[in-house]
Design a protein around this ligand. Structure first.
Ligand code: 0L1
Ligand code: MG
Length: 258
C-alpha cells in the first residue's frame, strides 16, 4: 500500500463515519505538501468515480484571521464538488458532520480557463464573469482542527459545504479589496473584514491558485466557482444557530444549523 492510498483510505473512512482522527503527520512525519496534494487528487478521483463532479476550487488560509486561528500560515487549495452545494437560508443537518464551522468568502465565477505561470490579478479579473458572496462550511477530519499544512491539504482543506449568495456582479463594477463583510451569529455581530484580507485582494488569491495549479499541470477551468478564502476566523455552526454574512454590494448569505 502506498502512502497516498493509505492516507486516502483513512480520510475517506473518517468522512464516511463523521469521526475525527489524529493528524496524518503524527504517524507519518515524512508526508510532504506534494504528497498531500497527491492524496487530495486521489480522493477527488474516487469521488468522481462515485458520480460526483468537480465544480470549482477553494483557497484556504489566505487571510491573517484564518492563519492565526488555525496556526498554519501557508495558503493552500482544495476542490469543490456539486454534491456539496447547499441552498442559502435552509437548515443544514450538522449530525452528518464532525464539528462544522462557517466562514464568509468572496466567490468568483470563471468564464475562461486560467493556468500559470505568470497569471496576474488583472488576468483573473478579465477571466471572471461575475463575483458573488458565499459561506463556506468547513469540517476538518482532524480532532480539534489540529493540523499541519500537509494534513489540511490531504483533507481537501476541510471542505464540507458551500452556500452561494443572491447576486452575481461583474467584477469591473467593484473594488473587491474594499468590499466589507459583517459576520453575525444569531443576530450578534462577531467579526468584520474587507476583501483585502485575502492576500491583499481576492483576485490576487485566485491568481495564486492559477499559478499553483499550473505548476502541477492543472488549471482553473472555465465555468468553475472559486472561493477565495475565509475573510474572518470561522465560527462554529451548532444546531439551532443562524449564521449570516452581509457584504457591501453583494448582498447577504446565511445558513442555519439543524
Ligand atoms: O478559507 C479558508 O481559509 C479555509 C481554510 C481551511 C482549513 C481550515 O480552516 O480548516
Ligand atoms: Mg474557506
Amino acid at each position: 500500500v502506498t502512502l497516498t492510498t493509505e492516507c486516502a483510505d483513512l480520510l475517506e473512512a473518517t468522512r464516511r463515519h463523521s469521526l475525527a482522527i489524529a493528524p496524518l503527520t503524527e504517524a507519518r512525519p515524512e508526508l510532504t505538501l506534494a504528497d498531500a496534494y497527491a492524496v487530495q487528487d486521489e480522493l477527488t478521483a474516487r469521488r468522481e468515480a462515485a458520480g460526483d463532479r468537480v465544480i470549482g476550487a477553494k483557497l484556504g488560509l489566505t487571510s491573517v484571521a484564518k492563519q492565526a486561528q488555525m496556526g498554519v500560515a501557508d495558503p493552500v487549495y482544495g476542490r469543490l464538488f456539486a454534491s456539496t452545494l447547499h441552498a442559502a437560508g435552509s437548515p443544514l443537518a450538522i449530525g452528518r458532520l464532525i464539528h462544522p464551522r462557517v466562514e464568509p468568502e468572496i466567490v468568483f465565477a470563471m468564464g475562461e480557463r486560467l493556468a500559470g505561470p505568470g497569471v496576474t490579478t488583472a488576468d483573473v479579473l478579465r477571466a471572471t464573469t461575475a463575483v458573488c458572496c458565499g459561506l463556506e462550511v468547513i469540517d476538518s477530519r482532524f480532532a480539534d482542527y489540529s493540523f499541519t499544512a500537509a494534513d489540511v491539504v490531504a483533507d481537501n482543506t476541510s471542505e464540507a459545504k458551500v452556500v452561494l449568495g443572491p447576486r452575481m456582479v461583474p467584477p469591473a463594477q467593484l473594488d473587491l479589496s474594499l468590499v466589507g463583510v459583517l459576520l453575525e451569529v444569531d443576530g450578534e455581530l462577531v467579526a468584520t473584514a474587507a476583501g483585502a484580507a485575502t492576500l491583499g485582494h481576492p483576485a490576487e488569491a485566485v491568481a495564486a491558485l492559477a499559478n499553483w495549479l499550473g505548476a502541477r499541470g492543472q488549471a482553473i477551468e472555465a465555468g468553475w466557482l472559486v472561493f477565495s478564502g475565509g475573510l474572518t476566523a470561522a465560527v462554529p455552526l451548532v444546531a439551532g444557530s443562524h449564521v449570516t454574512a452581509t457584504f457591501g454590494h453583494l448582498g447577504s448569505v446565511d445558513v442555519r444549523g439543524s
